[in-house]
Design a protein around this ligand. Structure first.
Ligand code: SF4
Ligand code: SF4
Length: 343
């Protein structure tokens, strides 16, 4: 396994990731850097009350994923599969300690910088939020329960972002009392046909697994904060070699009712409706013309909450952030802030 990761190490380092152990990596995200430089914070600080400069974005399965999603900005063409052997994987405590150390090294460039508040810099070295969203699919790591429990021991918040391809892994977290603070499931296609074309999953029953995850999400009500994340892509010309995706879009009017049905099934606390960004490796697949404007994302979000299915359930627009092209839907604005007593 080590040999394989080292094969893609150069690519990960080129993306400013710091590889850790045999299958993990950490990065200092743009908003964490912006926050330290006094140039604004990520929308989750505004909505959820978590601090960008204390957020540790990492992955425990950095090059492992079942899917090859069209909108993915990571080097998915180099994925190493969708399975990590339980007997070979790194220990959760060791991963977390090494991730924190590697992140400290990445942050050292900010030390003594005249634009950085020394107090904020000192705080940044001790993360209060661990976001498993960097790259790869975290539920592939077989010791995820242990990792989340280690995060809890540090009295920090854990955000797990998943493609919904491992409902059994999420059920296991529940069974082992190891649910994260927030479970976010990516939902980028409203029906099986588009789901298959979009996610290009190695799982033959990918749509069925995704739907099982939505069913499970409903059952987890009250046990964990639950969010669905939609990345909207419009039709548009891609001025590069891959013109085959020009006409593909997941935000057509005909999709609204289909999405509403999926949302109704999962009954999430929040829905993050985001605009696609043509960055990283996604640029080769889909260019800038496929990025919707904030206005278009908001219009689509409003169409969703105006469906009979979602309005009768009490969903509404809770907040929005134009700079990040995101609109958050949910039922109660007061529930948005993290309750630090419940992490
Ligand atoms: S929540 Fe995401 S965008 Fe915000 S600081 Fe953390 S990793 Fe960056
Ligand atoms: S599931 Fe996530 S990591 Fe995997 S290909 Fe899709 S966007 Fe990328």
């Amino acid at each position: 396994m080590k040999k394989k990761v080292y094969g893609v190490m150069g690519v990960l380092e080129g993306m400013k990731y710091s590889p850790v152990g045999n299958h993990s990596a950490v990065q200092v995200c743009r908003w964490c850097r912006n926050s330290l430089n006094g140039r604004g914070v990520c929308w989750k600080e505004k909505f959820y009350g978590i601090e960008s400069h204390r957020c540790c974005e990492f992955s425990c399965a950095v090059m492992w994923c079942e899917n090859k999603c069209l909108h993915c900005w990571r080097p998915i063409e180099m994925n190493l599969g969708s399975c990590l052997n339980e007997k070979e994987v790194d220990d959760p405590k060791e991963i977390l300690e090494k991730i924190i150390e590697a992140r400290k090294k990445l942050l050292m460039g900010f030390k003594g910088n005249k634009n950085v508040d020394p107090k904020k810099f000192a705080e940044s070295l001790e993360p209060t939020l661990f976001t498993m969203s960097l790259s790869g699919e975290p539920t592939i790591y077989p010791k995820l329960s242990g990792l989340i429990k280690e995060i809890r021991k540090r009295k920090a918040v854990s955000f797990l972002v998943t493609n919904g391809q491992n409902p059994d892994a999420i059920a296991k977290l529940d069974k082992e009392n190891a649910l994260p603070t927030q479970l976010t499931v990516s939902m980028n296609a409203p029906n099986e046909k588009l789901f298959t074309a979009w996610h290009r999953s190695t799982n033959k029953d990918a749509w069925e697994k995704f739907n099982r995850t939505l069913d499970l999400m409903k059952k987890l009500k009250g046990k964990v904060r639950r969010a669905l994340r939609m990345t909207l892509v419009k039709k548009g010309e891609t001025k590069n070699k891959n013109k085959e995706f020009n006409d593909i879009s997941n935000m057509e009017d005909e999709n609204v009712e289909e999405y509403a049905k999926l949302i109704k099934k999962a009954q999430p606390d929040f829905i993050h409706v985001k605009g696609f960004m043509s960055v990283g490796y996604a640029r080769d697949r889909m260019g800038y013309d496929k990025m919707p404007w904030h206005k278009e994302v908001k219009e689509f979000a409003e169409k969703l909450v105006n469906t009979k299915m979602l309005s009768e359930d009490g969903y509404k627009v809770l907040d929005e952030e134009e700079r990040s092209c995101v609109v958050v839907l949910g039922k109660n604005k007061k529930d948005m802030k993290i309750n630090w007593k419940k992490i």
